[in-house]
Design a protein around this ligand. Structure first.
Ligand code: NOJ
Length: 563
């Protein structure tokens, strides 16, 4: 395994990534939809935050069934977002400021309007037929019992050729058949097209779904369910590492870039296989385990309170499991997750404190941190009164399905308020003017009504804001090798409200204490208290004070550094 200290090939180990969801970031032309010129106008803001990498959710031509995660043309820009000239300018403007650009790579599926699929569905002997999964029905029903991640069956019948095609996501997102070498060649060619433009990497959408178990066997049907979870036949499938290594050999190895695979259903053991540099696959992956801890069996819409000990055990397992063997990505938020300050923090009386505490807890760990737009100013979840105000296809499909299954309206709405993806997709809040300065038109989705109080302008004016706290965390990571290199040890695992850990490296130590509750908490640990007395406070979200007893205020976070 390579060491990475001064190895600029692994520049992404010291970087913090900022994710832009273009539809909701900044609208430059008043059509209510964010766009590339809008992004360009905010690059100085991102520079000030101190991030070095921008992950841009899809900007490719798309009919927007799933907001760009259904791509119609991989080599063209969505007209609502601008043109290829706008894109080239954006890339140049980023590079001019020392910012790198990581693009979304969505190749488990395309849009059903992609030319490959249009050809594929046209006849059984079309050369593109085998680009997708086509199967005849079984006993008058779907070819197998898999459910789609977005409700209903994972198969759609197509009259033209009287067969079904597979779509793990919506029926407008048919799955590509990676067993077909021509599919892989086309994907690699497209990847080179973007890399040759000078982009700095890829975030690979559900890339561990691309190898399906041959025969596509039925999943285990749970009582009362119409469709089964077929995950065990398509997550981390039999040829996945062959495909990832081939992609690395054919494409990734030729560029100095960063790669992150989005990989639901992955354990730390899997993650080591994907991210150990010797295996030549990807640099890091996104795990979902910590995002599933507040779900009851049956999936994300079945709400459950988070137990802090579960979160500690889980993150510790990933920290320890990958140390020296792979690399973690660190995240609380993205365009698919509710806002963390509302989820694991307190978005009312302790919004600022809890947002900073959560940031501390995550950013002091080993891995590459990701900040999702608005996280750096503590944007909260929303509760829209009417279903008609929601836009996300996952929410709308779930609502339909659960209504049919007899769930109470209030329960369905509550699950949307807590877990719906539109929580993350309300437009960015730039100032307190109408529509938060996001657009002069009608926004494509309603604004979060709290924008008058929570916005970038306010955050930049307040030197104690969440923004400047993130800025400090991001700059500490660049300066302090212990943040990138140190090992991890959980402290006081049994404490129900405090997440405490230490990191050590090269005779240095970080002690991180985070109170996840709205009450004062104490830690009984004389030895640790003594140690902190010999250490300096590196960062804290309350005014600094020497601690006599180990008491933490509501949502307090404090990090000690000792040499
Ligand atoms: C994961 C993406 O993050 C999500 O937004 C999308 O709906 C699915 N993959 C399907 O592409």
């Amino acid at each position: 395994m390579q060491t990475f200290a001064e190895n600029n090939v692994e520049w992404w180990k010291k970087a913090t990534v900022y994710q832009i969801y273009p539809r909701s970031f900044m609208d430059s032309n008043g059509d209510g939809i964010g766009d590339i010129q809008g992004i360009i106008s905010k690059l100085d803001y991102l520079k000030e935050l101190g991030v070095e990498v921008i992950w841009l959710s899809p900007v490719y031509d798309s009919p927007n069934d799933d907001n760009g995660y259904d791509i119609r043309d991989y080599e063209n820009i969505m007209h609502e977002f601008g043109t290829m000239e706008d894109f080239d300018l954006m890339l140049a403007e980023m590079h001019k400021r020392g910012l790198k650009l990581v693009m979304d790579l969505v190749v488990n599926h395309t849009s059903d309007e992609h030319d490959w699929f249009v050809q594929s569905r046209s006849s059984k002997d079309n050369p593109y037929r085998d680009f997708y999964y086509w199967r005849p029905g079984k006993d008058g029903k779907e070819p197998n019992n898999w459910g789609s991640v977005f409700s209903g069956s994972a198969w759609e019948y197509d009259e033209a050729t009287e067969e079904y095609f597979l779509h793990i996501f919506t029926k407008k997102q048919p799955d590509l058949n990676w067993e077909n070498p021509k599919v892989r060649e086309e994907v690699y060619k497209m990847m080179r097209f973007w890399l040759d433009k000078g982009i700095d990497g890829f975030r690979m959408d559900v890339v561990n779904f691309i190898s399906k178990v041959p025969g596509l066997p039925d999943g285990d049907l749970q009582p009362g369910q119409l469709y089964a979870d077929g995950g065990k036949y398509y997550l981390n499938g039999p040829r996945i590492h062959k495909f990832m290594q081939e992609m690395h050999r054919e494409v990734l190895s030729k560029y100095n870039i960063m790669t992150v695979g989005e990989m639901p259903g992955t354990t730390p053991e899997d993650a080591v296989l994907y991210t150990n540099p010797e295996r030549k696959e990807v640099n890091m992956i996104f795990t979902f385990e910590h995002m599933d801890l507040d779900s009851a069996p049956g999936g994300k819409w079945n709400l459950k309170q988070l137990e802090l000990i579960d979160l500690k055990d889980n993150l510790a397992k990933w920290q320890i499991g990958l140390h020296g063997k792979g690399w973690n990505s660190l995240y609380w938020n993205n365009h698919d997750q509710p806002r963390i300050v509302s989820r694991f923090g307190n978005d009312k009386e302790y919004r600022t404190e809890s947002a900073k505490m959560l940031a501390t807890c995550l950013h002091m760990m080993q891995g590459t941190p990701y900040v999702y737009q608005g996280e750096e100013i503590g944007i909260t979840n929303v509760r829209f009164e009417h279903l008609a105000d929601y836009r996300d296809v996952e929410i709308l499909n779930m609502y339909k399905e659960r209504t049919q299954q007899g769930f109470a309206y209030e329960d369905i709405m509550e699950s949307i308020y807590v877990k719906g993806r539109d929580n993350a997709r309300t437009p960015m809040q730039w100032d307190d003017s109408e529509n938060a300065g996001f657009t002069t038109g009608e926004p494509w989705i309603r604004m979060n009504p709290r924008y008058t109080e929570i916005n970038v302008k306010q955050a930049l004016e307040d030197k104690h804001s969440i923004f400047y706290y993130y800025q400090k965390l991001i700059s500490l990571r660049k300066e302090m090798d212990i943040m990138t290199e140190g090992d991890f040890r959980l402290l006081h695992r049994e404490h129900p409200a405090v997440f405490a850990y230490e990191r050590t490296w090269n005779n240095e130590k970080l002690i991180v204490l985070c109170n996840f509750s709205g009450e004062n908490q104490t830690i009984e640990d004389a030895a640790l208290l003594e140690e902190t007395k010999k250490a300096a406070i590196l960062i804290t979200n309350y005014p600094e004070e020497a601690k006599e007893a180990f008491a933490l205020k509501p949502y307090e976070a404090v990090v000690y550094f000792k040499k």
